[in-house]
Structures are given as structure tokens and as C-alpha cells.
Ligand binder design. Structure first.
Ligand SMILES: Cc1cc2nc3c(=O)[nH]c(=O)nc-3n(C[C@H](O)[C@H](O)[C@H](O)COP(=O)(O)O)c2cc1C
Length: 150
């Protein structure tokens, strides 16, 4: 990965309808290819109809990707939990790691549900303070072992 300031963006959103496995595959494979081109790495979780995605990379690439993702009708209620410069990538090494619900431990499922509740359905507001800063997001993300993700 080229050096330079890393920008980290974390959001949660709600899947619209029931996403079929092939649709999810399409999103995932597309993300892997496009993110690799843009030096973006990250993590994607899907549990009980909610997405949590971490995008890390150059600020311009992350911002334009967020705009694309925001227009995607396969999800809604996009709420940015964290957005800003980061000391290092939390999930380096792969353009997008995906952890399916079946691979979450009971504790992780509970933590995900708690986080989702804490976040609520806040509207997306560019430049607004990150609600994730005080709701345990950092600890939540740190608990994920990147090696386990596929
Ligand atoms: C939850 C979710 C996460 C996504 N993550 C990415 C991603 O990390 N990278 C990416 O290129 N596209 C991602 N997409 C797909 C984009 O929203 C978009 O469909 C894709 O980039 C193609 O955009 P385009 O048709 O404007 O070229 C994601 C979609 C969803 C619903």
C-alpha cells in the first residue's frame, strides 16, 4: 500500500429487503476489485439485516466511494460512525474482508446489536461529529480478528 495519510470511515446501514447470497457476492467481488485499484482496505459485516463497513485509504478515494455507496439502493439509513484521519489501518492487507453472520461469536452478535441500538436511525450528515466515538466502536472493531475474516 502506498504511504500517505490514511482516512478511516465507518458506517452502519440497513439492508433493503432480503439480499440474496449472489447479490452479496456481487457487492463483495465488485468491492474487492474497485477497492484494490483505489488502495482502499476494510471490513464488511452483515448481521440481522444491518451492514457495518470500515473503509480505509486515501481521503479522496474513500470519500468518492462513500458517495457511490450512498446511492446504492440495496441499503438505506446510512449512518457514519467515524470519519477522519487514522494512525494506521485497522484492517490492512485486503481490499475488503467480509464476515458473515454465521462467523460471528455470540458475544460479537450481542456487541453488534448493542452498537446498532446505540446508533439508532440517525440521518447521514456530512461533517457531523462521529457518534461512534463514544459508543464503544473502537473496542468493537478491535475485537475482530482480521485473520478469521474471508
Ligand atoms: C453495503 C454495501 C457496501 C459496498 N461496499 C463497496 C465497496 O467497498 N467498494 C465498492 O466499490 N463498492 C461497494 N458497494 C457497491 C457500490 O454501492 C456500487 O454499487 C458499486 O461501487 C458500483 O458503483 P457504480 O455503478 O456507480 O460504478 C457496496 C454496496 C453496498 C450495498
Amino acid at each position: 500500500m502506498p504511504s500517505g495519510t490514511v482516512h478511516r470511515l465507518v458506517y452502519m446501514s440497513t439492508a433493503v429487503g432480503v439480499l440474496r447470497a449472489e447479490e452479496l457476492d456481487r457487492i463483495y467481488f465488485r468491492a474487492k476489485a474497485a477497492n484494490a485499484q483505489a488502495s482502499i482496505t476494510g471490513l464488511m459485516l452483515l448481521y440481522e439485516g444491518a451492514f457495518l463497513q470500515v473503509l480505509e485509504g486515501p481521503v479522496a478515494g474513500v470519500s468518492s466511494l462513500l458517495e457511490r455507496i450512498r446511492r446504492d439502493r440495496r441499503h438505506a439509513n446510512i449512518t457514519v460512525l467515524e470519519a477522519g484521519p487514522a494512525e494506521e489501518r485497522l484492517f490492512p492487507g485486503a481490499p475488503m474482508r467480509f464476515i458473515a453472520a454465521r462467523n460471528l461469536s455470540p458475544g460479537e452478535k450481542q456487541a453488534f446489536s448493542d452498537l446498532r441500538q446505540a446508533v439508532g436511525a440517525r440521518p447521514y450528515m456530512p461533517g457531523s461529529p462521529a457518534p461512534g466515538a463514544d459508543n464503544g466502536l473502537g473496542a468493537f472493531l478491535a475485537a475482530f480478528n482480521p485473520l478469521r475474516a474471508v
